[in-house]
Design a protein around this ligand. Structure first.
Ligand code: SAM
Length: 201
């Protein structure tokens, strides 16, 4: 699956849709979470850093996690003297980082991870006490969102109640859903949520 994203990396930022999603997800996050310049943030499934580089000026550091080296190369190419995003190319479910974060953000990556329950447990263990998650993804859809095929797509969006249950089982509290954006394509609407929650201890 990382091969699919490796092949897509160079053209990933072209067109409006992904830019619009990242901008609206960012606005939804900052309207709900008080980001601070002392915070170290993880962007899970960061891709080319569309969300990471919006968050980076507001916090101490952002680390983009991704399985696609080519996606992460796009991040490194965007780094400048004044704004940097760190990267790590590893499966944090099987190989956790030796770092705890103040918060974890993610946009449109969770549906590419088969075991959502393990992903939430992994997020929980990578957070400092009282840390937050702010995770964007598709509401449940009929499988038509990925017009180039569903290879590597393990979830056709998510039912809110199912996600809430998995997050609470992982230990998260204050689980809240917020509408962020709606992608309109081929006469269909695909709403995107941001779910926010906190580590309980
Ligand atoms: C649809 S893209 C979203 C990229 C970026 N967040 C954005 O909004 O443009 C999903 C990204 O998640 C990454 N990904 C998929 N499974 C992953 C995993 N288990 N761990 C880390 N990254 C993963 C893919 O390589 C890809 O870059």
């Amino acid at each position: 699956m990382s091969k699919h994203f490796d092949n897509a990396a160079a053209q990933w930022d072209q067109g409006d849709t992904r830019q619009n999603i990242a901008q609206c997800v960012f606005q939804t996050i900052v309207s709900r979470i008080a980001l601070a310049n002392t915070m170290n943030i993880m962007d899970f499934g960061a891709g080319t850093g569309l969300l990471s580089f919006k968050i980076a000026p507001m916090v101490h550091s952002v680390t983009g996690i991704d399985l696609s080296e080519k996606m992460l190369e796009q991040i490194l190419a965007k780094n400048s003297d004044t704004l940097q995003v760190k990267v790590a190319c590893q499966n944090i479910i099987s190989e956790p980082l030796d770092e705890e974060f103040h918060g974890i953000v993610s946009s449109m990556a969770m549906h590419h991870v088969e075991d959502t329950a393990s992903l939430f447990k992994t997020f929980y263990s990578h957070l400092k006490r009282d840390g937050f998650v702010a995770l964007a993804d598709l509401e449940a859809e009929d499988g038509s969102f990925h017009t180039h095929g569903n290879e590597g797509v393990y979830h056709f969006g998510f039912e809110r109640d199912t996600l809430r249950d998995l997050m609470e089982k992982a230990g998260f509290v204050n689980v809240r859903f917020h509408h962020a954006y709606t992608v309109e394509k081929e006469a269909q609407s695909y709403p995107i949520f941001v779910v926010t929650a906190n580590k309980n201890k």
